[in-house]
Design a protein around this ligand. Sequence first.
Ligand SMILES: Cc1ncc(COP(=O)(O)O)c(C=O)c1O
Length: 422
Amino acid sequence: MQVKALKTFLTDFHESVRRLPAIVKRRLHLAGNVFNFDQLMSLQITSRLPETGTSIFTVMSRMALENGAINLSQGFPDFPISAKLIELIHKNMLAGNNQYAPMPGVPALKKIIAEIVKETYDRSTDGESEITITAGGTQALFSSIAALIQPNDEVILFDPSYDSYAPSIKLNSGVPIHINLNSPDFSIDWDVVKKRINSRTKMIMINTPHNPSGSLLNENDLKTLEEIVLKYGIIVLSDEVYERLVYDTHQHQSVLKFPGLASQSVAVFSFGKTFHATGWKVGYTVAPEYLTKEIRKAHQFITFSVNTPVQMALAEYMQDRDSFIHLGKFFQQKRDFFLQQIKGSSFEVLPCHGSYFQLLSYKNISDKTDVAMAEWMTKERKLASIPVSVFYKDKSDDHLLRFCFAKSEETLHKAGEILKKL
Ligand SMILES: Cc1ncc(COP(=O)(O)O)c(C=O)c1O
């Protein structure tokens, strides 16, 4: 009782001090360092994500900035986006389209996405009931997991995996089941997958084109996946944010191309990737109505809706298919330019068939861990990359670094000069 009274007294006193104008606090020397009330009064919180610290992308980008290094670590373009798209957003803002969009997305945008899905994957979808506009791919993934799994459901994911997957599963009380992709080609061992399936397996997450490896799933992979999920009644959450970044003679294999698979899948896309505008955070899900209904229940309480003028502008901009149809060629040229710049270096180049990431092996250069190598290169050679081990739960280290080539030729040339000297 006495403890409770003391706590109440301290809380009231703390509140009175907090409300004093800053000038009075200064005069009375009542700055926070006199009484550390926050610490005294703080509750004991059990973290939902005890192993999670600052993301590697933030760490490496900060390190790049502090050391004046070229930043090929975080996956974002350093060249301008379309001036026409900016004009369209401006036009929509001036026209007063600045209030809440409809919860599932602006109808014109959902309609044009449905048209493009039909043209690209030969799948008929109803924009109104099967497409939901989200705050980027990340929220699309999170909302899908939040809506579709129950506590203790198992979700299979493949490492190396994008850093939001496991935390999103855990925050929704699911259990991430990590399976490592095969080395060195980052393919899936479907026999291992079959062995890990049990009555608690609710979802399998795939990512193609793949971050960080630049690998692709092929038609056989998708057919095998289809067989498995139809047999066991499992939902597929398919991260296809790099759908248009596919190179050489390869084709993107979307879950939307396979009728059985599409009937149990949520496909996730991102305009940030397609239109070089990662800062806008606009993406979408395509899923059958019975899944979309549930996803929207989560979506409406996670963000409710997504920014209106950007949605309206995108709907108009994509009328012209040239706005995105040549994206693969554009990034293939970037990849080839980057590889040209590092020709003759001691790094070993791994195949990159998609995404805007190139893996390089430094096993002929150093036996440092990949984290130590990335740090050393940022600080001592002024070039930042991402160590691939951070994408693994078991921190597998194959001496690989990930470089983002969505950069201007000038940046890529400078990076090449550094890499060639190592
Ligand atoms: C594989 C993968 N999925 C999802 C995302 C997130 O997309 P968005 O920025 O649209 O949230 C990224 C971003 O880097 C990614 O690489």
